[in-house]
Each structure stands twice: as structure tokens, then as C-alpha cells.
Design a protein around this ligand. Structure first.
Ligand code: AMP
Ligand code: ZN
Length: 465
């Protein structure tokens, strides 16, 4: 089945055709490891995880690479502002590399709690300095870059369509219009961006490297181009990030990569919309932000958050609030309990199984329609097919959904038969119009944290922890 994917570059849904049918290459902008990742960041990593698993589910082999930004990312996305890593190191009285290690480890722990698979290639930006230098040398030789007042800049006027990825007009992007962009008189054009800094405005900059352009450090954007080309080759199938990366980060990545390579570099640009709180985009710089751990401390299973993200489309904004998360918690708990209630009985029904698998595939292949994929899962639960077939399908779907639908502990058989007998007794009481008796049975179970629900498919139960 062919995947249809929205491509930010062409602003339309396109048929996905990889450069090489045998292996899809996928690049993900990784976290800036100066602080905890917030749940907005994690939303984009959840969609990218679903994308990778969907491609696998559809039969593609995927090679995925992610950088870890441990150098060069300034608090403004332009070339001004403070160095984020330095800020984090000062805040916690640690070295930049120790801060990077601490928050990289925590990031991957959070990923594990959300069932986000770690990409097979993870590259800290500080390990590839020689690659950035090599790329910058070529850009200087080809005339795309210039040196001015100690820094090396990329000259955006050397490209035919520097703004191709964005919908914005050039004059909206530069000084005086974009918030937080400071004028830099060393630039030939105010839209130019830094490839290498030697004139650091941060006197206590910890990490500096020798280079033909002077002792200094790389600009933020060059790391993703060089790491991607180095680990995934000259032709990249899909590049991922959230929408805030479109400009300037991904725009600059395209400029320097294509200028360096001399040909088209990345075909599909996949961007996840933001997770906002009521005051707007969730961001680390706001200070007060939610992390996976803070959700856990409030008593939420992190997979409830994953379920919340899957319930929405990756190209729609999510406005996060706890009422919504509570609804998701209830839905997720019910879902897990319904699966727990399934009996592994009856025959395997290959034709039925195939029918539901095709439907599930169609949902995901339709620009990653995860909410429809969840609907297919609910259809399976309701379907008139054997328990064995249902369990098989649920295990199959969970390879992509990763909601631990089957790994949750099974109920002790003695408890299960006790509950089943009580449900039968109650059904009989209701049939005989002995409603007090039926209510008493419900109350008896409730006192043991066993909640019964009368649904269209019969009475189900859930055990509250
Ligand atoms: P950072 O650690 O700031 O480099 O961000 C890591 C990733 O999270 C990047 O791909 C960002 O575009 C993305 N991101 C940042 N804020 C949000 C948000 N509120 N919602 C979704 N993704 C976000
Ligand atoms: Zn990047």
C-alpha cells in the first residue's frame, strides 16, 4: 500500500516514493539538551515515532538518524540571543558537557516511558566538528559563504529560492519585523546566517574548536545538514521536526545542504503542529512547563499522553489541559480493560484479520490518520469475530500504536471467574426485575474497585488501581 504524506515543501499531500525502495532514510532534529524536554517536544517525537513504525508496518526498512544539540543553539532562532547550553550550565553550576549528558539521558528515559523507539543512529553535535568545517570550506570555495568580522556567513542571495519551504515573504523574515532578531552589520544581507562563530559574544564560551576560520564554534543549523549527509547520504527521503523548525532552521538546512551538494537533498518535509497550553505554545523558555515526569507525579500513565496525541492528527494543534487529559485517561483505561476482558478463544480467522489489517493500513497510509487507526481498533473490539482473532489484531496494531495494549498484566483467573459469576448473577437479577439485588452486586464489586459497565456488546468491567 502506498503512503500518502503531506509535504511542507510542496504544501500538498503527495504519494510517498523513496529514493531507494529498499531503505527509507529519515532524519529527526533532536532535542537541545540544556533542560528537560517538555510534553510539546515529546508530541513531535511521538508523531515521528508513529511515522517510522508506520513505514515499517507498510513494509519499508527505515534508517533513522537524530542529532543531539549540545552546542551552538542560541535562545533566539536567529543568530542573536544567549547560548542555550551555556545558560543551562550556569543555572546548574555544571559543565556544558555534563549538562548535555544529564539531559540526554533524561530525554531517552522520557522516550522509553512514551514507547518512542530510540533512532538507530544518535549523534551529539559536538562529535562532528570536522564535518562542519569541511562543509563550510566547500561553501566558501563555491562562493556561497563569506567571512566577515571573524564569522563565516551563508549568503542567501546566492540561491534562487531560499524561502521555498516557508510561505512567508522575505521582508517579513528579517530584522525589525521578526521578534528577537538583532541587526548584525557584519552580514551582507540581514537574512544571511552564521555557519561559524569566532567572535563569540559569550566570553566564557566553554566549547571552542580550532578551524581554518579561527578558533570558535559552529552555527546551529550546520549540524543537522552535516550529520544527515554524513550518516544518511546525499539523498534524504524524509526530514522531521515541529512547525517552528520550518523557519529559519530547516530553511537554512536546505540552503547549505543543496549549495554544498549541488543537487536536491531532501524530498519530503514532515512537520508536526504544536502542543499549546492555554497561554500559547509550550516552550522551555517560558520556565513553567510540563514534562513526562510531572505527568507521572500527578498520577498519569505517560501512555495516556501518547493516546492523547494519537487521538488527534499530527497537523492539528493540540491545546493541552488537564480536563482533556482526564478524558483521555478514562478512555485509555477503558480500552486497556476491554482488551483485558477478551478471551483467547475461538478460531483464527485469516480473512477477517486481513480485512481489518487493510483498513488499519489505509488509515495510517492516509497522511498518518492515527485517530482513524484508533477507530479501526475499536471496530475490532466490537466486531463479530473470535477472541483469538481480536487479540491477534490488537497485538499487530500495537506495533505502531505502542500503547501497551497487551503487555498489561492479565487478571488472575480466580478473580476473573468470581467477577464473571457476579456479572451473570446480576444479569439474572435484572431479568427477574430484582433491581435491588442487581444494584447490591454492582456495589459489592465497586467496593473492591471493580467497576462494571453495561455496553452495547454486553457488560464489561474494569479494575481501578
Ligand atoms: P528543542 O529541544 O527546543 O530543540 O526542540 C525539540 C523539538 O521539539 C523540535 O523539533 C521542536 O520543533 C519541537 N517543539 C518545540 N516546541 C514544541 C511544541 N510546543 N509542540 C510540539 N513540538 C515542539
Ligand atoms: Zn535540525
Amino acid at each position: 500500500m502506498t503512503m500518502q504524506l503531506y509535504n511542507t515543501l510542496t504544501r500538498q499531500i503527495e504519494k510517498f516514493v523513496p529514493f531507494n525502495e529498499r531503505q527509507v532514510t529519515l532524519y529527526t532534529c533532536g532535542p537541545t539538551v540544556y533542560h528537560y524536554a517538555h510534553i510539546g517536544n515529546m508530541r513531535s517525537y511521538i508523531s515521528e515515532d508513529v511515522l517510522e513504525k508506520t513505514l515499517n508496518y507498510l513494509g519499508y526498512k527505515v534508517k533513522r538518524c537524530m542529532n543531539i544539540t549540545d552546542v551552538g543553539h542560541l535562545t533566539s532562532d536567529s543568530d542573536s540571543g544567549d547560548d542555550k547550553m551555556l545558560k543551562g550550565a550556569k543555572r546548574e553550576h555544571m559543565s556544558v558537557l555534563d549538562i548535555a549528558k544529564k539531559y540526554t539521558d533524561i530525554f531517552f528515559q522520557d522516550c522509553a516511558l512514551l514507547n518512542i523507539k530510540k533512532p538507530e543512529i544518535v549523534v551529539p553535535a559536538t562529535t562532528c566538528i570536522d564535518k562542519y568545517i569541511e562543509m563550510i570550506k566547500v561553501l566558501l570555495d563555491k562562493g556561497y559563504a563569506y567571512q566577515s568580522n571573524g564569522n563565516v556567513y551563508f549568503d542567501i542571495t546566492k540561491l534562487e529560492d531560499y524561502y521555498a519551504l516557508t510561505n512567508h515573504k522575505e521582508d517579513e523574515m528579517v530584522v525589525g519585523i521578526r521578534e528577537g532578531v538583532e541587526r548584525d552589520d557584519s552580514k551582507h544581507n540581514q537574512g544571511d546566517f552564521v555557519l561559524w562563530f569566532t567572535k563569540s559574544k559569550f566570553e566564557d564560551q566553554e566549547l571552542k574548536w580550532d578551524s581554518p576560520f579561527g578558533v570558535g564554534y559552529p552555527g546551529w543549523h550546520i549540524e543537522c545538514s552535516a550529520i544527515s549527509i554524513n550518516y544518511l547520504g546525499e539523498f534524504l527521503d524524509i526530514h522531521c521536526g515541529a512547525v517552528d523548525n520550518i523557519f529559519p532552521h530547516h530553511t537554512n538546512e536546505i540552503a547549505q545542504s543543496e549549495a554544498y551538494l549541488g543537487h536536491e537533498w531532501c524530498h519530503y518535509w514532515f512537520h508536526t503542529e504544536h502542543l499549546n497550553d492555554k497561554t500559547g505554545k509550550m516552550s522551555k523558555s517560558k520556565g513553567d512547563f510540563l514534562t513526562v515526569n510531572s505527568l507521572k507525579e500527578k498520577g498519569y500513565n505517560p501512555l495516556v499522553f501518547r493516546y492523547m496525541c494519537l487521538s488527534s492528527h499530527y497537523r492539528k494543534q493540540i491545546v493541552f489541559d488537564f480536563d482533556n487529559l482526564d478524558n483521555m485517561k478514562e478512555a485509555y483505561t477503558k480500552l486497556v480493560n476491554r482488551v483485558k476482558n477478551l478471551k483467547d478463544d475461538g478460531p483464527m480467522q485469516p480473512e477477517k484479520i486481513k480485512e481489518y489489517q487493510e483498513k488499519f493500513k489505509r488509515a495510517l497510509a492516509d497522511d498518518l490518520n492515527t485517530s482513524f487507526a484508533l477507530t479501526v481498533l475499536y471496530e475490532v473490539l466490537k466486531a463479530d469475530i473470535s477472541g483469538k482473532s481480536k487479540l491477534h489484531l490488537i497485538a499487530d496494531f500495537d506495533q505502531v500504536l505502542s500503547l501497551n495494549l497487551l503487555t498489561n498484566e492479565k487478571i488472575d483467573p480466580a478473580l476473573l471467574s468470581y467477577i464473571e459469576n457476579k456479572i451473570k448473577e446480576r444479569a439474572l437479577a435484572k431479568q427477574n426485575k430484582e433491581f435491588d439485588k442487581a444494584d447490591a452486586i454492582r456495589a459489592e464489586l465497586f467496593a473492591q474497585n471493580i467497576i462494571i459497565n453495561d455496553t452495547r456488546e454486553g457488560t464489561t468491567f474494569e479494575i481501578r488501581q
